[in-house]
Every structure is written in structure tokens, then in C-alpha cells.
Ligand binder design. Structure first.
Ligand code: MTE
Ligand code: MO
Length: 246
């Protein structure tokens, strides 16, 4: 599952649950079987699907919003030449950063479209965090942007809503549980290495979410929807872990 490289300290379990993450993970196959209907039809499919559902449910239970992903010193940064690009398509999508706006829909008080200047006027966070791609590499870029939580508060997102779903200009999609969306290190990122984000890296605005695997850090974001429906995502719908915590 997760690329373990440098993911910092793992939490020793959900605060107050009295169980360590590892000990609960050991129990999980038993819990799963207990809740699994053992009908003869479609066993493997439904087994895998229920395992994945359980896994998502479990990861969201142990997710601790106050636990930060490791932030690295300037000396530990990946040099800018090593800031590699990875996208499902070879071509970058047709995005005009100057004309770009972010659309917001769903369970929010102020739906509409928001300019980059509005996003950049919100509090800014700069952080050196690791980006872990499931393809077996990781890098530590220097990211800068607005915490997604600040933006969600500004648009009046319903904090009781379950999910934030993301649509990108290259028809890539992903979605997050609300606690992960509100995590302090989840950014609407518009800078890398103290400069505006470049087009191959998702300009003008991408998500950076260091508490999750790299495919959750959506580039070329164009629409956010606050919803109670889990809309999955491009890789998630092909069997990749949805919660994807690291
Ligand atoms: N819109 C969009 N976002 C995306 C992807 C993509 O294909 N399209 N690929 C994901 C994957 S698998 C990785 S590893 C990172 C790569 O980000 P980078 O090109 O800035 O290194 O972007 C993620 N976000
Ligand atoms: Mo990736």
C-alpha cells in the first residue's frame, strides 16, 4: 500500500481509542469477516469492495487532524532540478493561469467562482513536505499556498458535510474526507520553491496534501464541491486506496 519512505512519525493510534493503529490493523481481517456476508455469488469483488470500505472507514477513524506530516529543513529539500513531474497524460491541459478561476459548488453558503488573488489574500502557509508517489519515488519540494480550510471557511462550507470533491482541467478527479480537507497542511497551493507554480506542476492552483499519497495532490484544480456523497476519483475508481493516508 503506502510508500513508507520518510513519512515521518506514525501516530501510535487514535487519541483515546486505547488501541494502537498496529494492533487494530492486526484485528481488522477478523472484524472484516465478521461483517462480511459469505454468499457464494461475487465473492472476490464484494470481499475486496468491503475490505476497501472498511479500510477507508478505519483510516478515517484513526486520522488525527492535529498530527502534522513531517516538515523538513531547507537543507533537506529536493533541489529544484529534482522537482519531477508526473501526470496521467503527457500533455499539460489547456489552462490559462491569467484567466483561471476556481468554481465552488455544493454545501456552501457562497458558491461561485473565485480568483487567484482572492485565494492568495487568505493566510499563507509555506512548508517543506514530502510528496510520495505510489510509483516508488518521493521528493521534498517547498510548497506555498492557502490552507484549504481557510478557503472553505471563507466560502461558508458546511463543516458538517462529509466530503470535498475536486475536478481538474485534465479530467482528473479526487475527493477527501472533510477532516483531511481541513487539515492545516492541506493547501490550495500556488507556489513551489517561492515562485508561482509552473504549468506542468498544476498552475495556477493545485492541492498539496502531505498526509496522503501523491495522487491525492490534484493539479490544475478548477472546481471544488462540498458534498455528502463520496465521488471517488480517477485512480481511486481503478482500485487505488481512497483515503490513502501516509
Ligand atoms: N490533475 C492531475 N493531478 C494529478 C495527477 C494527474 O495526472 N492529474 N497525477 C497525480 C500523481 S500520481 C502525482 S505523483 C502528482 C505529481 O505531481 P507533480 O507532477 O507536481 O510532481 O500529481 C498528482 N496529481
Ligand atoms: Mo503518483
Amino acid at each position: 500500500m503506502a510508500d513508507d519512505a520518510g513519512n515521518g512519525k506514525r501516530g501510535e493510534g487514535a487519541a483515546g481509542s486505547g488501541l494502537t493503529r498496529r494492533s487494530v490493523l492486526k484485528l481488522s481481517p477478523l472484524l472484516l469477516l465478521a461483517g462480511c456476508d459469505m454468499t457464494p455469488e461475487g465473492r472476490t469483488e464484494s470481499f475486496l469492495r468491503s475490505f476497501q470500505k472498511f479500510n477507508d472507514w478505519f483510516q478515517s477513524k484513526v486520522f488525527d487532524r492535529s498530527r502534522l506530516s513531517t516538515e523538513y529543513s531547507a537543507a533537506e529539500l529536493t533541489p529544484e532540478e529534482g522537482f519531477r513531474v508526473n501526470s496521467k497524460d503527457d500533455d499539460v491541459p489547456d489552462v490559462d493561469p491569467a484567466a483561471w478561476t476556481l468554481a465552488v459548488e455544493g454545501l456552501v453558503e457562497r458558491p461561485g467562482t473565485y480568483a487567484l488573488a482572492t485565494i492568495a489574500s487568505l493566510p499563507k502557509r509555506v512548508m517543506n513536505t514530502r510528496h510520495c508517489c505510489v510509483e516508488g519515488w518521493s521528493i521534498i519540494p517547498r510548497w506555498g499556498g492557502t490552507p484549504l480550510g481557510e478557503f472553505l471557511r471563507m466560502v461558508g462550507a458546511d463543516p458538517g458535510a462529509k466530503y470535498v470533491s475536486v475536478e481538474c482541467a485534465d479530467d482528473y478527479t479526487t475527493s477527501y474526507d472533510m477532516p483531511s480537507a481541513l487539515h492545516r497542511q492541506t493547501l490550495l497551493c500556488y507556489e513551489a520553491y517561492d515562485k508561482p507554480l509552473t504549468l506542468p506542476h498544476g498552475a495556477p492552483v493545485r492541492i498539496v496534501i502531505p498526509t496522503k499519497l501523491g495522487y491525492k495532490s490534484a493539479k490544475w484544480v478548477r472546481k471544488l464541491t462540498v458534498t455528502n456523497e463520496n465521488t471517488g476519483g480517477y485512480w481511486e475508481d481503478q482500485g487505488y486506496d481512497w483515503f490513502a493516508g501516509i
